[in-house]
Ligand binder design. Structure first.
Ligand code: SAM
Length: 233
């Protein structure tokens, strides 16, 4: 059997609920509140897996256009099948744009929202941090990064238990998939991404955050120029 996320695609929801109940779903759904606003039109989802969050996002915001980057064809099939059940109008708002996130050239300031849920845990620290920089780059100013993943809480005994669970998860993922790492990446958050909301579950084993990209000096400059032209005219 070739190791790939394809092997997990059909059983993914079942296995997740068997191990964590609905806790991981709840941790993803924390991000939904960032998608409801009028200013959120374009969203990029990295490794949407079987597409449960992607479906909820399409349903939550009827204006939202979603692009996805997913390497596993079978996971992608699961996502498309879910959206098709919702109807044609939903399918028109979804595009699969690339397979491997590491090979993709992320466009500058393109998205109102980028979603990385249980995705950065697939990479070694160097790759995960390079991707984080690319997410910051592809977000518009004031755009939001929605993140959820396993984390190791600082205090014992929760720390020991979390290390045991995460170690076991990596063992299983390495048997079934082509995941290249065996530990959680140490993330260095780009300075431009300011934390605006954080929620933890399972005594700190999972963390969900929403970060907002602060406007750059160039944005401030462009804004003050447009204010100036507005007063001039
Ligand atoms: C652990 S699953 C998480 C799926 C989903 N985001 C969730 O919250 O359940 C990781 C997903 O990322 C995809 N993936 C892993 N490496 C990838 C890469 N380099 N580029 C794009 N997708 C990737 C896998 O195929 C899988 O669907």
């Amino acid at each position: 059997m070739k190791r790939s996320f394809d092997n997990l695609a059909k059983a993914y929801t079942f296995l997740e609920r068997l191990t964590f109940g609905h806790q991981l779903e709840r941790s993803r759904n924390h991000g939904l509140k960032a998608l409801g606003s009028d200013k959120c039109d374009r969203c990029l989802i990295l490794g949407p897996g079987d597409g449960r969050f992607l479906n909820l996002a399409l349903a939550k915001n009827p204006k939202l256009q979603i692009d996805s980057i997913e390497r596993s064809p079978k996971m992608q099939e699961q996502t498309s099948a879910r959206i098709q059940k919702l109807g044609k109008n939903y399918m028109n708002r979804y595009r699969h744009i690339a397979n491997d996130a590491r090979q993709y050239s992320f466009p500058d300031s393109e998205y109102d929202c980028v979603v990385a849920q249980y995705f950065l845990d697939c990479f070694k620290s160097t790759d995960a941090n390079a991707l984080l920089e690319k997410f910051a780059h592809t977000l518009k100013s004031n755009g939001k990064l929605i993140y959820a993943d396993f984390t190791i809480p600082p205090k014992v005994p929760a720390r020991w238990i979390a290390n045991g669970i995460v170690g076991l998860l990596y063992l299983c993922f390495r048997l079934a998939t082509d995941i290249e790492t065996h530990r959680l990446a140490t993330l260095v958050w780009p300075e431009s991404l300011k934390l605006i909301s954080r929620e933890t579950r399972l005594k700190g084993l999972v963390t969900s955050t929403i970060r907002r990209k602060s406007p750059t000096n160039a944005d401030h400059w462009a804004m003050s120029r447009s204010d100036f032209s507005a007063t001039e005219s």
